[in-house]
Design a protein around this ligand. Sequence first.
Ligand code: SF4
Length: 445
Amino acid sequence: MGANRVAFGTLAMVSLGCTICRGCQLDTCHVGIATQIETVEQAQEHGLKKFTPQHVDGAAESCARFFKSMGQEVERVVASLGYERAQDLVGRYDLLEQISHVKELDLAELITPLEEFLDLEPIDMPVTAEEELVAAEARAEAGLVRARPIRMRIAGLAGKVFAEGPVREDVPGGIDAHDRVLGTELAGAISRARIYEAAPAGDPADVLAELTFNGGSVAGQGLGAFNAWGLVIRVEGGAQDGVAKTMLGGTVSVLKGSNSEGRRVNGSVGKSFAYGAQRGRLFVQGSADSRFCIRLSGADVVLGGEPEEPLDDSRGCIVDRANAKGFAFEYMTSGRAVVMGDIGPWACAGMTGGRVYVRVNPEWNLNADAIQRRLGEGAKVELADLDDEGQLDIDDLLGHYADELRATGQDDEAKRILGLAAAAPENFLMIVPHKVQADPNISTE
Ligand code: SF4
């Protein structure tokens, strides 16, 4: 009737070898997909009875074959209907016919073409690519849709990245919720060049492209999704859902932007920030909506938002005032994170690896008891004083966060953050998983 896009999740997973056993949160995936375990020996150490390591090349080929076959099947179906492209069928409710249950539910009003229903002259439907292009231009001219030149401009940097060395693109304001998956096409081009064109694999510290969006920009869904090594994305403003999901390297920072009075505000992100992020660095200066760092799988993260007033849990609805709005670090398997404010309720459920460092501050009533209250009921984790590794981690993570703050002219804030890091044992506790496999019978949802 009108879908322009369809997403495949489970089927694509099955093409990689997933058996849909629904145990992804346990770090015991027996086909080596949803786990940090890579070898049969490691699997035996973890007590797994059966384990088949992933063969990435074979899995990728299988996935590509699956989507190619699916595309061919769609082509066959579309051709059998007498059309050249599935897109030509979008919105063609005039082609639909109700073939049963008319007595129970008559769909005539839904599937009768409007002009016929209203007894009007028929309208021409765009059927060829040329006609559709003319229609698209007319829609843009009429102000019904907006061209997205910024996304196209960024995607177009791909050619320059390896040919001319590091590129910088500053976009002063002008991006909004319509600008989705900014940077992702460029990350894809960088990855493809590395895989297929023998471009240098690079060092995680190399910068190939630096994208800066300032002037209070709020990036749309999926900013920096699938980010790759070499790509640095910095927003002064905010970002919507799905920032840096499945990130594989590079840096994504969402920092506060200056308002009309020159005061720094926002710096917040939407839901599922860093979902499954495996490598790279991520910084958020404000707060985060729910499922922050869900299934974090190896990346480094700092959430900089702090409480606006001292915590008072007796008011109920802790989530309303928290800096992470529920289920932070759910199913986390690896990586390091620092939370500078209130981690929010139901945190760390299903966490089986990695470390989360959480701020304590008596002036905010943010103490070990308050943090303990915020952990998910099924969370098999321990809240403990910092160990030596923890102090080093905080030094490293907050050091890089301070670099990002300085890069946007926030020197005083950077100094304050480094002061907290210097006295890390007084200011932070750590959350680490127990050294046991999670009980497979516990569902955290
Ligand atoms: S644990 Fe592995 S096999 Fe099981 S559902 Fe998750 S990805 Fe698939």
